[in-house]
Design a protein around this ligand. Structure first.
Ligand code: ADP
Ligand code: MG
Length: 627
């Protein structure tokens, strides 16, 4: 006798529920999406016990008549699509006709609904797939679905539910996504939304909220307020409307959790888009940091497929490259044209140690001094590099790698010319105007930082980080145009090379050529550096080439050409930049400040660390009780 049987419908629904209904938060998502599809302008979500006891979603949408209410809980019943051609442009959040049936197969469910045309409402109860009959009841227009004791007949599933707090966290996250997707700015109409837990109001959001206000209400983190640190940009090209609120680098996170991507009102996860976001922030964030981004994409429904994932959180774009490049361009352009300098956060008077209310002025200035000391301690760059002195081009030819750690004196004209060599001599780099000494409003402190007076306060610049950025941009521009100019070393520097290192050099011969590095075989396992880029005159050729080989020979990462070049230039900039602990002459500082003005993106070093921190005079006045 055959072994195969046809599963009964309730079994089918329970299996389907395994895909869509993972935990109470999935129920919240499905029910809220149904309310939005029903055109609701007000949704109230009430939860008890993290959803274990009750999940109730009430809306003022179009409602269902008695017949539809009875049918809605059957499997594969939907009002949203009819024929296969409807699958090619789904404009509703739901279409699979599975959610209500799945939910009703794993819990005790009560549905109440009333359309505008009805005098009274109807209700129905389903207990783990056992459907009762439709009966009249009294209720307002719209639909309320109550889900009790989820998974109560499935102890194995119920056991997997986490603590009330954890489940509530997941529910709040689903609620947040829907709240973000439905403001007057991000979608056609606003949505009045309330979330209650055990009778306590967690969120009450008004349909009048604009996006900024909604973000402020959903993310009310007091100290590092997200909403005040967003940069807005918009583009509308090639059938793609993009609205982005991008977090400044200062509020970046350690995970992608704060990247909210919406496609036509649907929250999605997409690896192309995540990659575009990451690329847009390249050089503005340290590695392993993720920007906060709220991204709203509108495009024709026909240009992607949502029918690829049961929870519809992933889609398939028909032209993923276009989506990637449009997002990258829109975000990158805005980031590069925005002043992203760090505003210093002076401690608020209430935070001073041992202070209650307003401390006496003596304490206050001591506290500021302490804060400043603390600031310098924290922001002092680690000096991992040897402290090279400036070397003019002539030095490079004549000198071997520096033997000592002691910087040369920096009084000679050679120093200034070396710094100037970092600006583009062949390009049209304007000469630095001479600044008379009485006009100078800057000062180098601890041989590492430059304090500059600005119109409304002062900046503190990390000299290494800034010079690194300037060098990086300069190298980048140069190499884009042609190869770097190089200079023959008087005495070639030889070094040992492993077979895989030699291989890596061979594979990247073109890159070496572009960099202006000339290597020749010098024995069986030895090579020699014959020429080295002029722009990197401050770096030690041997050390540079060794690190370059390490980078090229890295087996763990597979960098494409562009990324590899980027890494190489990063390294080059770091090695060739002035170091912390290096005294600069007035003209060198002037040069640096001048280059900063002309840099494309001077606020961050190529690794994404800030180069400059701004202090405003009004903050200082407040601290000194002058206002
Ligand atoms: P889908 O949303 O994929 O169509 P569901 O199982 O979630 O499938 O819902 C089945 C149907 O029930 C929907 O197509 C819709 O017609 C109706 N429905 C569900 N929820 C509501 C609601 N809140 N208001 C009005 N109609 C609803
Ligand atoms: Mg649905």
């Amino acid at each position: 006798m055959g072994q195969i049987v046809v599963l009964d419908q309730n079994m089918v629904n329970m299996i389907a529920a395994g895909e869509v209904i993972e935990r109470p938060a999935s129920v919240v998502k499905e029910l809220m999406e149904n309310s939005i599809d029903a055109g609701a302008t007000k949704i109230t979500v009430s939860i008890e016990d993290g959803g274990r006891k009750l999940i109730s979603v009430a809306d003022n949408g179009c409602g269902m008549d008695g017949e539809d209410l009875g049918r809605a809980f059957e499997s594969h019943t939907t009002s949203k699509i009819k024929t296969s051609s409807d699958l090619h442009g789904i404009s509703t959040l739901g279409f699979r006709g599975e959610a209500l049936a799945s939910i009703a197969s794993v819990a005790q469910v009560k549905g109440t609904s009333r359309t505008r045309g009805q005098d009274g409402a109807n209700c129905i109860e389903i207990d783990c797939g056992n459907k009762g009959s439709i009966s009249p009841c009294s209720a307002d227009y719209g639909t309320t679905i109550q889900v009790r004791d989820i998974f109560y007949k499935l102890p194995a599933r119920r056991k997997f539910l986490r603590t009330t707090n954890t489940e509530m966290g997941h529910i709040a996250e689903q609620f947040t996504r829907i709240a973000l997707a439905n403001t007057p700015a991000s979608n056609k109409q606003g949505l009045d939304l309330t979330l209650l837990h055990n009778g306590r109001e967690l969120y009450r959001l008004s349909d009048k909220d604009n996006l900024h206000r909604r973000i402020a209400e959903l993310f009310p983190i007091p100290s590092s307020g997200i909403s005040e640190n967003l940069i807005e940009t918009e583009s509308n090209e090639k059938g793609l409307h993009i609205l982005a609120l991008m977090g400044k680098p200062s509020i970046s996170r350690t995970s992608r959790k704060f990247q909210y991507i919406f496609l036509n009102g649907r929250f999605i996860r997409d690896k192309f888009i995540s990659h575009a976001i990451k690329e847009a922030y390249r050089g503005l964030l340290e590695p392993n940091r993720f920007p906060v981004v709220f991204l709203f994409i509108r495009m024709p429904y026909e240009d992607y497929d949502v029918n690829v994932h049961p929870t519809k959180s992933e889609v398939r774009f028909y032209n993923a490259n276009l989506v990637h490049s449009q997002i990258l361009a829109t975000l990158r352009e805005k980031l590069l044209s925005t002043d992203l300098q760090m505003q210093a956060q002076l401690p608020s008077p209430a935070n001073f140690p041992g202070s209650q209310g307003s401390p006496p002025t003596g304490h206050r200035s001591q506290a500021i001094a302490d804060a400043m000391a603390e600031f310098f301690k924290k922001h002092r760059p680690v000096q991992t590099q040897e402290q090279f002195s400036y070397k003019s081009k002539q030095h490079l030819v004549a000198l071997h790698p520096p033997t000592g750690q002691i910087p040369e004196s920096h009084t000679g004209p050679a120093t200034a010319s070396a710094l100037r060599a970092t600006t583009d001599s062949a390009e049209t780099s304007p000469p630095v105007p001479e600044i008379r000494s009485e006009e100078r409003k800057f000062l180098q402190i601890h041989d590492s930082f430059i304090v500059v007076q600005t119109d409304d306060g002062f900046d503190i610049i990390d000299q290494h980080a800034l010079h690194e950025r300037i060098m990086y941009e300069h190298l980048f521009r140069r190499i884009r145009k042609s190869k770097l100019e190089s200079q023959k070393l008087l005495i070639p520097e030889s070094f040992e090379v492993t077979p895989s290192g030699a291989d890596a050099l061979k594979t990247n011969a073109e890159l070496l050529e572009k960099l202006g590095i000339e290597l020749v075989p010098f024995g069986p396992k030895t090579m020699a550096i014959q020429a080295f880029p002029t722009l990197l005159s401050k770096a030690d050729p041997l050390d540079f080439v060794q690190d370059l080989i390490d980078l090229l020979d890295r087996k763990d990462v597979n960098l494409d050409g562009e990324r590899l070049l980027d890494e190489v230039l990063n390294m080059a900039a770091c090695k060739a930049a002035i170091k912390a602990g290096q005294r600069l002459t007035m003209s060198e500082i002037e040069q640096l400040l001048w280059d900063k003005e002309n840099a494309e993106s001077a606020s961050r070093c190529p690794h994404g660390r800030p180069t400059t921190i701004k202090f405003s005079i009004s903050d200082l006045e407040k601290q000194f009780k002058r206002t």
